[in-house]
Design a protein around this ligand. Sequence first.
Ligand SMILES: [Zn+2]
Length: 560
Amino acid sequence: MHYKSFRNATYAPAAYVKESSLEKIKADIEKVGKYVKLDKIYLETYRSSVTVEREKMEAVKKLFTDSGYQVSGGITTTVAGPLMGSMCFTDPENRKKLGEVVALTAELFDEVILDDFYFTNCRCEACIKAKGERDWATFRLALMQDISENVILKNAKAANPNVHMIIKFPNWYESFQACGYNTEEEPPVFDSIYTGTETRDPHYTHQNLPRYLSYFLPRWMEHIKPGKNGGGWYDLFECDLEDYVQQAYLTVFAKCRENMLFCFPLLARFPLYTAAAGAFYDEIDPVAAQLGEPVGVACYKPFHSPGERHLYDFVGMLGIPLEPYPAYPADAPVVFLTADAAWDGDLVGKIKKSLLAGKKVIITSGLYSALAEKGIREILPLDVTNRKVTSDIFTNNGFGQNSHAISKAAAPITMPRVTYNTNDFWVMSAVLTPHDSHPLLLRGSYGEGWLYVLTVPETFADLYNLPAETLTLLRGELELPVTIECGGKIGLFLYDNDTFIVQSFAKLPEEVTVRINRSGATLTPLNDTLRLPQKARSGDEESVFTVSLLPGHYAAFKVN
Ligand SMILES: [Zn+2]
């Protein structure tokens, strides 16, 4: 391994392996090696009806092994055709073909990864008939589980009992169940899993994935199969350089064991991108070696649970570090929940238990609505109405005007109007319209605990426009050892050994105020920063610093 904290891998698609001469591949190995240090390559035997012959694969394998690479196998379960070319898995011919490809690959390699086209979006007559009365998600989850156990793993293990089979889950986690990716039942049967961290351009691409997903998703997958999330996988499609390297940053911040730079021929063709990634890995390795395990505000994303799609990813870009779990985090002192959590039919009971145990539970207005008829009103009644309010003026404490804690958002924000019972709930932050006021953050007690309700804008990205003071107030309720005081589009990544990273997702330089929750603390930078952190203020319970960030860049620190 070139690095202490992670392995770097890449991937060669079947067409490249099949069609490139050995001289061409050798030249590419030399070229790529100038820009990035790679430990491993996955050589693909099959994709879109292209199969690499055994003899060619053996020769390519030797070429990479001789160049110091570890080699593993890869398969992409596509056929030439429409709809992303995903296979019809009810077709006996496809099942047979897939079984043969898997057997061939397992004979050639002791480790095999399935690229993330391992799903079905087929609605052919045979699939419609096989679905019967079930909904598509239920049918497809069962179908892909059957293929995983009875086609993929059965044939692989028969061909090579020692083969280590990896299923890579894509970046589109909110839609997994719709196309048969089964995060509940596939991880237990595969030897390990792998995570797509390719967020690319978060704005102009149709997938429209908030950058924080590159961190959030591998953390969720890590809790789905602890210790067995093999790596994070990103690429340069639809990326400018900044998009590209931010994916690399977050994959390392999430403590992925392996970074997959998809794919080898692209690394050879676009050396500017390759060099940027290579420079980042040289820079981050000594930093990553000092980071503990990621920690943050516990949040709950049940299996197969679209709700407020990607809201967790937007919240993660507000300087709120999130640690996502597929099971309710009953022991966490603070729990943050979006409407995704409503997929758990016992959620209200679990919230009650947390509150009675003296914990804080923060829920979104969307989750409150989803639970309105499921018992949440019995904890604390309020109404998320159908009326909307739009404003850019916010108050930031219980009695806004008294302390002049009024601030302006970067742009007007539209959100639902929430009504509540005065003195049953306390307004911690409100949005002001002429002659009226509407809650943004409410807090009410239940047992020894506190229930918070956060009104979520109609467009989640408007959260980035909330005033710095309002975001700071929200962050201050989360019982974190480190908090930041600034606007949105800044990420905070906490680790369990007093280290942390502040990451800018902004296009302009940022001055971020970092508050440590104890007196007399100092900060040691773990990477080269533009300016050393400056002490901003200090008190009995805090040490506060100003940290300068370049646009899109990060700063890592150890708290002493
Ligand atoms: Zn079909």
